[in-house]
Write a new protein. Structure first.
Length: 367
């Protein structure tokens, strides 16, 4: 599988051909979240002027107009029947004494529907928190406190109608990319409870914080809405979480990152990811399924089918050709004003043949 990261603005993804991408999974800068003011202001100086002039609604709209350009490019490069998945949070902000909510999710839905995307049922991501205070404002007094936002949105859009599988190869790849019955019941719920990730950065010269989402989010979405061998696009690459998820899922990937100062850090992150941790995600899925089957059989409930590739029982006939492959290695193949690397897999080894503690790193340079 091939993976490329371009260090350009995603408002014009000229390196990508029309209808060349199978799925977009991304988390853009959140308009009206203060940490993104500088980056958004650099895209359009009028944004900075609006904020300095205490015109938050104007700034909000101008920020989204910059994102609109990216969604338009996503429409251009996506194949018919492909998905656009956007993780976005709404914003609260106090400007000039006026505390208000800014509905980023609703604004993005309007923009994407205007382009022609169909908005499918969305997912509410409820982030677990240990914060003792569940409100903002004046403590125990009525009419002066505000609820705390503890959720974000995962917006699901499709370009055109359902994906068509014409050839035997396409149909086989789809069956090979299936998921377990019990995973479907969790993944296709409209509420996900997944712990967020820490947003501090020790070595980023241009940012004090980032908006990385947990690996579980793109990992689920890529499995749900694409198949092995597909091309995954993230127009807001950040620290490469989507690319790593694509590698684990046996997909190709393309990413765009506007902040060129992140290139050394991105490269470092990629080269230091542990193959044990990456492969354990695959291994854990397998072990959880075996436990599910064991518990179901104890209750004398039926598990009707058999998957010979994984040597286990499965619930439906659609799961019988599901396969997992451990990552062997990933090699950096080009470094210029972009990063390019290839991922390799152990396609002739079964899960039980490979010790989960096998040494190595996910990203290994060939000599």
């Amino acid at each position: 599988m091939k993976h490329t990261i371009y260090f350009n603005a995603a408002q014009k993804m000229s390196e990508l051909q029309e209808k060349s991408i199978d799925i977009v999974v991304t988390s853009p800068p959140y308009p009206m979240i203060e940490m993104w003011d500088e980056i958004m202001g650099n895209q359009n100086p009028e944004i900075r002027t609006a904020l300095e002039s205490n015109k938050p609604r104007m700034a909000f709209e101008l920020m989204h107009q910059e994102l609109d350009k990216v969604w338009s490019e996503c429409w251009r490069v996506l194949k018919d029947g492909s998905f656009l998945c956007i993780n976005i949070g709404d914003a609260t902000r106090n400007i000039n004494g006026e505390f208000s909510l800014y509905n980023n999710n609703a604004r993005i839905i309007l923009a994407c529907e205007k382009l022609g995307f169909t908005n499918l049922p969305n997912i509410l991501w409820r982030k677990a928190t240990n914060a003792p205070n569940k409100f903002m404002g004046s403590g125990m007094l009525p009419c002066g406190a505000y609820v705390t936002l503890e959720h974000e949105w995962i917006l699901i859009f499709r370009k055109g109608g359902k994906r068509v599988y014409k050839t035997a190869t396409e149909k086989g790849a789809r069956r090979d990319s299936s998921f377990f019955w019990e995973e479907r019941n969790i993944w296709f719920s409209d509420v996900w409870e997944i712990k967020g990730v820490k947003q501090t950065i020790d070595k980023a010269p241009s940012r004090e914080r980032n908006a990385s989402y947990p690996l579980e989010l793109p990992y689920r979405l890529i499995n749900m809405y694409s198949q092995k061998g597909d091309i995954v696009l993230d127009p807001f690459m950040g620290f490469g979480t989507t690319a790593i998820a694509a590698i684990i899922c046996e997909r190709n990937s393309v990413g765009y990152e506007i902040d060129r100062q992140l290139k050394p850090l991105l490269k470092s992150i990629i080269e230091s990811v542990d193959v044990i941790k990456a492969n354990s995600i695959i291994y854990d899925r397998y072990v959880k399924h075996l436990s599910f089957v064991e518990e179901r059989l104890k209750l004398k409930k039926e598990v009707k089918y058999n998957n010979s590739f994984l040597d286990c029982r499965v619930m439906t006939g659609q799961e019988t050709e599901l396969t997992f492959h451990y990552i062997d290695e990933v090699n950096l193949t080009a470094e210029s004003d972009y990063l390019e690397f290839d991922s390799f897999y152990l396609t002739n080894r079964k899960l039980q043949d490979i010790p989960i503690a096998e040494k190595g790193t996910l990203f290994i340079m060939r000599s």
